[in-house]
Design a protein around this ligand. Structure first.
Ligand code: HT7
Ligand code: ZN
Length: 867
């Protein structure tokens, strides 16, 4: 397989200054005419051959200026031609086949509309191009199509012309004055309804905002429009970023490989990531939509105005933009809840990636298929790295650094080094060692030990950091690790800190740079309680042996709400791990004490309470075990603990569930969402006790709900604990009522695939259902990702889940390699499991490796997993 290496980066031989496109859509084929104004790269000698990217192009005509090109070579997705001058217009007329493009990259048909997806390398499926992010051009795009079927014709930039053509056809022309790489190109043709709004920018410019959706979804666009306006305002206030074009558009598409795409001025969204209303969208869906709308909008600066030089720099735009959207969500809602959820996600999904066969640095050194690198490491760990820069230099200097970065690289393609250099320039902080966070894969482990000397009134903390080897990187060097911390007394009050280390009094951050660091704190008059890594100040694993008394104090009195949550979770986790190791599934009193204390604490918000009372997921447990996992023992231990917590507080669960019922009119906000989240949790414990009243309550919640959150909370409790008859009654009812709503059908599929005890036969039946469509990634994800995340069913005792998934990956690979490759993740960490289970997972991977006609996407992931 071809390996692309960062070390081999070289500027292109030619630049493209301007791109003129005409896309003529006909039934059965599309013709694309392009005119690329090109100039030789002044740093290159001679007149090199021009090598353009192009996939599945049927060539009709090629010209240099007005001269037809008769000599060319088109093979292996490259077109090679010989220019005769340093400046020229390369012209191509080609045909493509969007109707049969199931990869959903390039131009494809999504239901009745045509749309594009060009990141990372989809533009080459539209026309011949230098399809790399450092080649930036202005674009003019004309789209022609049948007017009755496709009244809406959109592309990037501002509309400059439109008109009628012969045979009932029409055209629209759009011009984008900002230079951009091809991955930000977009075009849409469809029969869409439009919802309009406007936004006045900080300098007083009025921007026209438009959301386009298919007519049946017209009632679901308001929330995204409001989210967009909030995002625009926030980016002005927090980052000084004003929107630039006169118009900003969002289009909802039912067939989409990911969440959304930040094409300049014309974001295209997965319908599930933009369409919402209270009847069909739950609180977490509203939160996700708001965050994705913000994320794509923020890319207008972090990604579009300043783009990436090459794909190794992907985290430059993605890590920074995730960091920005997380901050936005914190500002809009509850900062602690957001931090808890983000840290929990990182530990559950990114830590396993970092310790598995696909571990890669935030700035990878090489790849085979770039689509495989849209990972939690690039996105979420990348965001943590940006967050640590903020922690180290402080918010004000961080903002100065970001202003400098946007100003200096506006209209350019930049690198992560450029970004860090701006931060260094404004702060004077030396980031040389810190940059290992970009180049070293894997999660550091920090082992902490403590010693108190009452006589000297001295307290010592010793930190020792280490990192396991990752594929291709055996040597690991010490990292810069910011430890936000406090020392607490027995009342949970914070002590003044006087120590001999690099401790910033203002930010309360201790910075570790060595493999071993011992910090001595003076004037400590009683044995303190150390609250370390507050707010998850670094993406590291922490090993710190604490006594029960210490854990209980942190779990009940730490003023840092994130750390309080973390201490509670540590108690559950450590106990579960001990139960698994000892084969003893009795829940110790410590756990019940913590649950009792959290339940009784009226100062805790419902949202935080629900996070504290939820047991760690199976996935998090697998990662935390750090030894070969006996999945059956793990399931038994967690189920026993859940049962024991449920039964020990049966009356409390019932009472709380009832008291959390509210007559308030539904609104999506942090306060109401927290209440509903806590009710879902208390109801699930109550239902777990087998109390018939709990199921009656759940059924009524489902039936009487006027919003999707309550409806799903009721239904999930029934699905997990109700009789087969009740379950099928409610599922039938759901489908009957909502089968015409795509998002509801996706939810209906997901609910069943994630339900307790689901069997492969049920999954197969779902895949045969009229609502299922294997060419639609959302439907596939609902059923297959739903099943793979359903730990007890996927890892069932007879191991049949693995082969089933392997066969589905092979089936899907022929349709949509990008989506198929993502499912390999569910098999790749086979080495963490013990005995025959690991063998069965490996065999499933091997059967994919042995299959015919695999895509490069799936091959790369499977080969790495088997290496
Ligand atoms: N920048 C985008 C990443 C992306 C993508 C989106 C949709 C379909 C395929 C895609 N490939 C890569 C989305 C984002 O991070 O904002
Ligand atoms: Zn992004």
């Amino acid at each position: 397989a071809r390996i692309i290496r960062l070390a081999e980066y070289k500027e292109p031989d030619y630049w493209i200054k301007n791109t003129q496109l005409v896309i003529r859509i006909f039934d059965g084929y599309t013709e694309v005419s392009s005119e690329l104004t090109m100039v030789k790269n002044a740093r290159v000698d001679g007149l090199p051959t021009l090598v353009l990217d192009g996939v599945e192009q049927t060539i009709k005509q090629l010209h240099f200026d007005d001269t037809e090109i008769s000599q060319y070579q088109y093979s292996d997705d490259k077109l090679t031609v010989q220019p005769v001058a340093e400046e020229f217009i390369f012209k191509a007329v080609t045909r493509i086949d969007p109707e049969n493009n199931t990869s959903l990259e390039g131009l494809y048909k999504s239901g009745s509309m045509y749309c594009t997806q060009c990141e990372a390398e989809g533009f080459r499926k539209i026309t011949f191009y230098l399809d790399r992010p450092d080649v930036m051009a202005t674009f003019t795009t004309r789209i022609e199509a049948d007017k009755a079927s496709f009244p809406t014709l959109l592309a990037n930039g501002n509309p400059i012309d439109e008109g009628e053509l012969e045979n009932g056809r029409h055209f629209a022309t759009w011009q984008d004055p900002f230079v951009k790489p091809a991955y930000l190109f977009a075009a849409v043709a469809g029969d869409l309804v439009r919802k309009d709004d406007s936004f006045t920018t900080c300098s007083g410019r009025e921007i026209s905002l438009r959301i386009f959706a298919e007519p049946r979804n017209a009632h679901k666009t308001d929330f995204a429009l409001d989210s967009l306006k909030r995002s625009m305002k926030w980016d002005e206030k927090r980052y000084g970023r004003e929107y630039d074009l006169d118009i900003f558009m969002i289009v909802a598409s039912d067939f989409f490989n990911m969440g959304a795409m930040e094409n300049k001025g014309l974001n295209i969204f997965n319908s599930a990531a933009v369409l919402a209303n209270q009847e069909t969208s739950s609180d977490d869906r509203f939160e996700r939509i708001e965050a994705i709308v913000a994320h794509e909008y923020f890319h207008n600066w972090s990604g579009n105005r300043v783009t990436c030089r090459d794909w190794f720099q992907l985290s430059l735009k993605e890590g920074f933009t995730v960091y920005r959207d997380a901050h936005f969500t914190s500002d809009m809602h509850d900062a602690t809840v957001k931090r808890i959820k983000d840290a929990r996600f990182l530990k559950t999904v990114q830590f396993p990636e970092d310790s598995g066969p696909n571990a890669h640095p935030v700035k990878p050194q090489e790849y085979q298929e770039i689509n495989n690198f849209y990972t939690v490491t690039i996105y979420e760990k990348g965001a943590e790295v940006v967050g640590m820069i903020n922690t180290l230099i402080g918010e004000d200097l961080f903002r100065k650094g970001s202003d400098l970065y946007f100003e200096r690289f506006d209209g350019c393609a930049a690198t992560t080094d450029d970004f860090v250099a701006c931060m260094q320039e404004v702060s004077g902080y030396d980031f040389t060692q810190f940059k290992r966070w970009y180049t070293q894969a894997g999660t550091p482990t920090v082992v902490v030990s403590q010693h108190y000397d009452a006589e000297q009134q001295q307290y010592q903390l010793s930190f020792s950091q280490s990192q396991k080897p990752t594929p291709g990187q055996s040597e690991k060097l010490p990292m810069v690790i910011p430890v936000k911390m406090a020392l607490l007394n027995a009342q949970g009050d914070e002590l003044a800190i006087d120590c001999d280390a690099d401790f910033n009094q203002q930010t309360q951050v201790l910075t570790l740079t060595e493999a071993q660091t011992t910090v001595t704190f003076s004037g400590v008059s009683e044995q303190p309680y150390a609250s370390l890594f507050r707010d998850f100040s670094a993406p590291v694993r922490v090993e710190f042996e604490l006594s029960e008394a210490e854990l209980l104090l942190l779990a009940s009195k730490d003023k840092n709400a994130y750390n309080r949550f973390d201490a509670v979770q540590k108690i559950y986790l450590d106990t579960l791990i001990a139960m698994i190791k000892n084969g003893d599934n009795q829940t110790p009193s410590l756990v019940l004490d913590v649950v009792r204390a959290s339940l009784a604490d009226n100062a805790l918000s419902p949202a935080i309470k629900s996070l504290m009372l939820a047991l760690p997921s199976y996935q998090l447990l697998v990662d935390s075990l750090q030894q070969k996992v006996d999945a059956d023992a793990l399931v038994a231990a967690r189920q026993a603990m859940k049962q024991s917590i449920a039964n020990s507080f049966k009356a409390e669960w019932a009472e709380l569930t009832l008291s959390l019922q509210s007559e308030q009119a539904y609104q999506f906000n942090a306060e109401q969402a927290g209440r509903r989240e806590l009710q879902a949790l208390t109801l699930s414990y109550w239902a777990e006790t087998g109390d018939a009243a709990a199921l009656d309550f759940a059924k009524a919640l489902y039936q009487q709900a006027n919003n999707q959150t309550d409806r799903l909370n009721g239904l999930k409790a029934v699905l997990d604990n109700g009789s087969d008859a009740l379950v099928s009654d409610l599922l039938d009812d759901f489908y009957q009522r909502w089968h015409e709503d795509t998002q509801m059908v996706e939810t209906w599929l997901l609910l069943q695939a994630s339900a307790k005890g689901v069997t492969i036969d049920t999954i197969k039946a779902l895949m045969q259902h009229e609502a299922f469509d294997i060419t639609n990634p959302n439907k596939v994800r609902s059923v297959l990702a739903g099943f793979m995340n359903n730990f007890t069913s996927y890892h069932q005792k007879d191991f049949s889940g693995y082969d089933f998934i392997a066969q589905r990956i092979i089936q899907l690979d022929a349709i949509n390699p990008q989506v198929a490759a993502r499912f390999v993740t569910a098999l790749e960490n086979w080495k963490v499991f013990s005995g025959q289970r690991a063998e069965a997972m490996k065999q499933a991977l091997q059967s994919i490796a042995d299959s015919q006609g695999r895509s490069p996407d799936v091959s790369e992931k499977v080969e790495k997993a088997l290496a």
